[in-house]
Design a protein around this ligand. Structure first.
Ligand code: PHE
Length: 447
């Protein structure tokens, strides 16, 4: 059965796919993973992976989804019937499920901060007080679980309403607004006292610090921020009309994403060093740094509130795409089933996320390989499932899809020169799989 739902406009699709991409990955995760992995060299690798692997892979997922106009599992089945390739769809389903379970915990933190800003609990404190307040809040099991639940409920309600009413409309307003607020934040951050150290940390690569772990982390980060390897982008592209140019859309999404990563880096790192914090604080980094930056601005709490709303929105638009990826496979185009499955899956994801939420308090000492439960699930998805999924997609597209179909899809809705096609095909066929395989094998050696 062909899907009946479609994006209503070109902008709707680009903003929604960009909304899936731009989220906690760029704003919350990038700064702390860069912080843990030494800064500049990580950033450099991240950029290389985003452009060299991310962009071609995004196009690859787009081509599959738009060609079949079906959900992920069906797409693989239609293109490669009677094979095991559709397992790639199931892998994506599981991955989206796991990601959303911990993603929603961080989404909950944003909600908590919104509450605290409104309640006036965050103005005029010292750097240490901000740290303590945050640590205490997320360590409280009741509070962090309620916040996690609220975030999941928001996600469920929007996905249950369907793509045009829910997802697309919301994306159109919030993405541009987020951008503007970021600029303000950067102006503030770049007028702090000690900006050069932050800028050096982010932009001056020190390649002596690069290990197999850093390389894998940069790859994982590039895939995570672009929502790749787990068929989420495939799902969104299945709602794209044929009149749309996929390469053009992919290029704007990747550029927007890189821009937000740079903006987030510029907003965070100068502030980290100016306030005497350390960049390797882990998942709490952003939440510890931002209140300091805002509290020193005129009308600071007002702007912090506005920023948090948009940040929440960025997180939500990514969360929607994860739930949408799962629900589309179960609802198969039916509106009633869409509602039902959105609720069922959403609630199960909430439950699955409970240990992640408790990882910052009650069970923070439960560690395996030196990682908390939260860190482990993130590692499992970002650094294992996503690269493996990406690897298989980069084999699937060139080897299982007909070349004339690929060319037609890439040219439909706008020109895509032959030379570009050849380079894309070469990269996706040889470079991406070989490189990902090398990076993964390189890691195994360490273990
Ligand atoms: N790209 C999203 C972000 O950066 C995360 C995501 C991963 C979304 C996988 C969908 C699928 O926040």
């Amino acid at each position: 059965m062909k899907q009946t739902e479609q994006w209503s406009s070109r902008l709707g699709f680009i903003l929604s796919a960009a909304g899936s991409a731009v989220g906690l990955g760029a704003i919350w995760k990038f700064p702390y993973v860069a912080g843990v992995n030494g800064g500049g060299a990580f950033f450099f690798l991240f950029l290389v992976f985003t452009i060299l692997f991310g962009l071609p892979l995004l196009l690859a997922e787009f081509v599959i989804g738009r060609h079949t106009q079906k959900n992920a599992i069906q797409s693989y089945k239609v293109i490669a019937p009677q094979t095991k390739w559709h397992l790639l769809g199931y892998l994506g389903l599981i991955a989206n499920f796991i990601i959303l379970s911990f993603y929603s915990v961080i989404g909950g933190w944003i909600i908590l901060y919104i509450y605290k800003t409104v309640a006036g609990q965050l103005s005029g404190l010292t750097v240490e007080q901000y740290q303590t307040i945050f640590a205490d809040t997320i360590a409280d099991p009741f509070i962090s679980l309620i916040a996690h639940l609220l975030f999941m409920l928001l996600t469920i309600v929007i996905v249950a309403r369907g793509i045009q009413n829910g997802i697309e409309r919301a994306n159109k307003i919030m993405m541009p607004a987020l951008f503007i607020l970021f600029l303000l934040l950067i102006v503030r951050s770049l007028t702090l006292t000690n900006i050069s150290e932050g800028l050096r940390f982010l932009f001056l690569p020190d390649f002596t610090k690069v290990t197999a772990e850093t390389i894998l982390a940069a790859l994982g980060q590039a895939l995570f921020t672009l929502s790749l390897g787990v068929s989420t982008m495939l799902t969104y592209s299945s709602y794209v009309p044929k009149s749309e140019s996929l390469p053009r859309s992919a290029l704007s999404i990747v550029s927007m994403n890189i821009l937000i990563v740079i903006l987030a880096g510029l907003a965070i790192f100068p502030a980290v060093f100016s306030f005497g914090l350390t960049p390797d604080a882990g998942p709490v980094l952003l939440f510890e740094v931002l209140p300091n930056v805002f509290s020193q601005l005129p009308l600071g709490m007002f702007f912090f509130f506005a920023f948090l709303i948009l940040f929440l929105f960025a997180a939500l638009t990514s969360a929607l795409s994860m739930l949408e990826m799962i629900v589309s496979n179960l609802a198969k185009g039916s509106i009633i089933l869409r509602k039902k499955w959105s609720w069922i899956i959403g609630i199960v994801i909430f439950i699955a996320g409970i240990p992640s939420a408790l990882s910052f308090g009650v069970i923070e000492d439960w560690k395996l390989f030196g990682k908390t439960f939260f860190d482990l699930v993130d590692y499992l998805v970002s650094n294992m499932i996503m690269p493996i999924g990406a690897l298989f997609i980069s084999v699937f597209v060139p080897f299982k899809m007909r070349k004339d179909i690929l060319i037609a899809e890439l040219q439909s809705g706008g020109a895509f020169p032959r030379g570009l096609f050849k380079s894309w095909f070469f990269i996706i066929r040889f470079i991406v799989p070989a490189a990902i395989l090398l990076i993964l094998l390189n890691m195994l050696e360490i273990w």
